[in-house]
Design a binder for this molecule. Structure first.
Ligand SMILES: [Zn+2]
Length: 488
């Protein structure tokens, strides 16, 4: 592959990291150098693997009721690992669907010598369900094959839970005393209602309050197709997900006597207006550095547009180029797009109603109701706009030097010198609930992955064996940098 093509695809891989929740399409690309877990013989490494394997076996998806058991298992692991019972909490909660779930909070007391407030470290125990009959291997058994770990949650997010748990045990066993308190918070319904997430920062705030949070459910590094590190992304903000319905009603009548007003035609016109509407271009710390860094990995017109947009988001030429790039347009503004349509009730009757679903990804900090009002103006008279649910919006977190320095140390422990890029995610995780509650949150994982290995939420989710073990060094270095002496 010629270098220019490779540069282009690696930059897209950066964008893909931001969009991994959208799941990839096909199993392509060469497999990893076939590392085996048997090569990692240190006790902390084998303990991490045991925790990972045990967690994968709990079907912690909605409707299967195993989140509380997974939470109790983890609590037991912490107590056995030397954390006193009074610092290990399992909080029962009830999900939106009425199911018993739980959250886990573990405190690692510091000596207070830094005088700084605690750090919250989070991940989620629940997973999107997986149907065993559709998978090539049992999704609830950790299967190691060809240098990969396969299973539901191998990446999203039992990977994060296993890493944080194993790191706490390892640091404790090493006699590490942090200079400030470290607090683990594991949620039990990130993939659905986030009831346990809200409870963590609401009901249990006395235990979880922190200067900032690190969320092991976002961010991470990208490998090129040959498995070489390209870049590492830190998630500092998330767009708000909001869905609207646009509806038109009409008295209708017999189709042999068409009226001049028609619900389907009116809705169609409204949708064409929505299609043509562009929400204003926006920029913040994270998206500016994303474009600056990505421009270096990109080529031609797109690279130039990234550079110019980072410099001046009102640059119309740059806006236009980025508008035509599906992976990038969402980094420049709020987007809304029609996703579903229904209308009419009989082939020989004039339609009495027509309804379109419009899904929006709203710029962090912008009120979803304001976007709904804009849609109403754009759609015009006679069209009713209804917001579904109660989307919450959260401001992006400022790019902090102490966090970026710690991530630098963590990334260097995996792949020395890999460029680090802050980014804003087009999807939502627990992170936006923490940000909405006033805790700045940074998505970072001890993970590197190829664009072709993105299967979160999809079939045959997998991560490379080597990155699982290398990621343990990431977390140890990050915590030492933020709450201890530099790694020796
Ligand atoms: Zn997740």
């Amino acid at each position: 592959m010629e270098p220019s093509v490779r540069h282009r695809s690696t930059s897209r891989a950066v964008a893909l990291t931001a969009a991994w929740a959208l799941a990839a399409t096909s199993l392509t690309g060469p497999l990893a150098a076939q590392t085996s877990s048997a090569d990692y013989t240190e006790p902390y490494q084998q303990k991490a693997l045991e925790i990972y394997r045990t967690l994968i076996a709990f079907r912690t998806s909605e409707g299967h009721g195993q989140v509380p058991a997974a939470a109790e298992y983890l609590a037991g692991v912490f107590r056995e690992g030397g954390f006193p019972a009074e610092d290990v909490h399992v909080f029962p909660h009830t999900s939106d669907s009425g199911e018993a779930i739980a959250a886990v909070v573990v405190r690692y007391p510091g000596d207070g010598s830094s005088g700084e407030d605690p750090i919250l470290l989070t991940a989620h125990m629940d997973v999107v369900d997986a149907l065993p009959e559709d998978w090539e291997r049992d999704p609830f058994t950790l299967v190691e094959e060809d240098g990969y770990f396969f299973g539901r949650g191998t990446m999203d997010d039992k990977y994060g839970v296993a890493h944080l748990t194993a790191t706490f045990l390892r640091l404790k066993a090493e006699g590490f005393v942090p200079t400030r308190d470290l607090v683990l918070g594991f949620t039990g319904d990130e993939e659905t209602g986030m009831v346990s997430t809200r409870a963590l920062v609401d009901e249990h705030r006395a235990l979880t309050d922190a200067e900032f949070a690190l969320n092991a459910d976002a961010g991470g590094g990208v490998y090129d197709a040959d498995g070489n590190p390209v870049s590492y992304a830190v998630q500092t903000g998330e767009k708000t997900y909001a869905t609207f319905e646009l509806s038109v009603t009409n008295p209708g009548g017999h189709s042999s006597t068409p009226r001049t007003d028609n619900a389907i035609y009116e809705l169609a016109s409204a949708l064409k207006a929505v299609e043509a509407h562009r929400f204003p271009a926006r920029i913040n710390d994270a998206t500016r550095s994303f474009f600056q860094a990505s421009a270096e990995l990109e080529e031609g017109e797109v690279a130039e547009a990234m550079r110019r947009f980072a410099e001046d988001p009102s640059d119309e030429w740059a806006q236009e180029v980025l508008w035509n790039e599906p992976e990038l347009v969402g980094v420049t503004r709020t987007t809304c797009v029609a996703t579903m349509l229904r209308g009419g009730h009989a082939e020989n009757a004039l339609p009495q109603s027509a309804v379109a679903t419009v899904n929006c990804r709203i710029w962090p900090g912008v009120d979803p109701a304001e976007v709904g009002a804009t849609l109403g103006e754009v759609a015009g008279e006679g069209v009713t706009v209804t917001m579904l649910g109660e989307p919450a919006s959260a401001p992006p977190s400022p790019v902090r030097q102490d966090v970026m320095d710690a991530v630098r140390a963590g990334v260097d422990a995996m792949h020395d010198g890999t460029p680090i890029i802050p980014y804003q995610a087009p999807y939502a995780t627990d992170g936006y609930r923490f940000r909405a509650a006033g805790i700045p949150t940074y998505g970072v994982m001890g993970l590197f992955m190829r664009g072709t290995d993105q299967f979160a939420h999809g079939l045959n989710e997998r991560v490379e064996v080597r990155t699982f073990f290398e990621g343990l060094e990431f977390w140890r270095a990050v915590i030492h940098e933020l709450a201890g002496r530099p790694v020796t």
